[in-house]
Write a protein that binds this ligand. Structure first.
Ligand code: ADP
Ligand code: MG
Length: 354
């Protein structure tokens, strides 16, 4: 109404800014798990262990054996827009790390009780930082980082109310790790819930093997069957295709392996799991002639493209991307899957004719 008293414009307090921003980044425990595993991988981890209590609501602990954080930088890691991953626009445009916005730890720690425990190669001891109190003290662990997130959304009850049962939140957390695990057969992953091992995906790659293409392909196949189910390798064909600037690899399920739900469709762009209409549409259209009705194909597709031709800075969670030339990407993915399916299809036709 015209009677409304005008209030002065003021800067929001920092903590409130983080809590508002946290709404975009951390929707539920699985979003925090995803961000923390992103960080572990960016730190060069070879083994990532996730421990959860009550579906991640009471505790998320992500432990890695990566490069670690020196004690003087622990408080900086928690600050908004503080990152070690980019420092200028050029870095942003060619970013090859999972993170770069410097938002996740700030967001997570503003809506939980967070502690960072870390040790770099050069330190004689690890250090533990309690985010709330700011207390920093020596602690024990080997090289790497453990981030502990307790009582997620304890200070934002509106958000906490949207959480589902522990079992559902746990399933989302496992799914978040699964998405990472598919893309990184060189890293071992383990998920514990309430003290029980829920999933474990071991790495079959030695550091020395990572340059060997055959060993890499074997490791990926092994990881695909560990994560997608033992039948997946038999029920799918290898995808390997290049069109212009776009390379597509991975595996595409045979039409018979299709499901009623689209819950086994994994697309990656430069190693990052993405949800993208261009990619899912392209993949589905490759099955146009062989899949009828509402059947959903199964696949894990890895798209590699010049970082300058894709913008990952579209959304805070970076699950969406924007391609500079989406027609080219669509064609590449469609042809990649069509070509892969053509071989078993020709065999089936020949068998039927015989
Ligand atoms: P971003 O990943 O976008 O840089 P984050 O808030 O997730 O932002 O993390 C802030 C910084 O803290 C990172 O840039 C990195 O330097 C450091 N960091 C976070 N997690 C880890 C980790 N597990 N190991 C080593 N450094 C980490
Ligand atoms: Mg991050």
């Amino acid at each position: 109404s015209p009677e409304t008293a005008r209030r002065p414009i003021r800067d929001l307090p920092d903590e409130l800014i983080s809590q508002i921003a946290a709404g975009e980044v951390v929707e539920r425990p699985a979003s925090a798990v995803r961000e923390l595993v992103d960080n572990a991988l960016d730190a060069g981890a070879r083994q990532v262990t996730v421990r959860l209590l009550a579906g991640g609501v009471r505790l998320i602990s992500v432990e890695d054996d990566g490069v670690g954080i020196p004690p003087e930088e622990l408080p900086v890691a928690l600050r908004r827009h503080a990152t070690s991953k980019i420092s200028n626009l050029h870095d942003l445009e060619s970013v090859n790390t999972m993170g770069f916005r410097g938002e996740a730890l700030a967001a997570i720690s503003s809506v939980s009780e967070t502690a960072l425990l870390s040790r770099t190669q050069d330190q004689a001891s690890a250090f533990l930082l309690d985010a709330r109190s700011g207390e920093l003290r020596p602690a024990a662990r080997s090289r790497g980082t453990t981030v502990e997130v307790k009582e997620l959304f304890f200070s934002t009850p509106a958000r906490r109310k949207f959480l589902k049962t522990d079992a559902t939140e746990l399933a989302h957390c496992v799914e978040a790790v699964r998405r990472h695990a598919l893309a990184r057969p060189d890293v071992g992953f383990a998920i514990w819930h309430e003290g029980k091992l829920v999933e474990q995906w071991r790495s079959t790659l030695e550091t020395a093997d990572t340059a060997d293409e055959n060993r890499q392909r074997e490791a990926l196949d092994r990881r695909l069957s560990d994560v997608m189910g033992a039948d997946f390798l038999e029920d799918s064909v290898a995808v390997a295709f290049k069109l212009g600037n776009v390379t597509v690899t991975g595996r595409a399920g045979l039409p018979d392996a299709a499901r009623s739900r689209a819950d086994q469709q994994f697309c990656y762009v430069n190693g990052r799991f993405v949800r993208d209409k261009v990619l899912t549409h392209a993949a589905r259209s490759a099955y146009e002639d062989v899949l009828h009705g509402q059947k959903q194909p199964v696949y894990a597709l890895f798209v590699e493209i010049d970082p300058l031709r894709v913008d990952v800075n579209v959304h805070p969670t970076k699950i969406e991307v924007r391609f500079r030339d989406s027609r080219e990407v669509h064609q590449a993915v469609r042809h990649a899957v069509e070509n892969a399916l053509a071989v078993p299809r020709a065999q089936a036709l020949a068998a039927a004719a015989a």
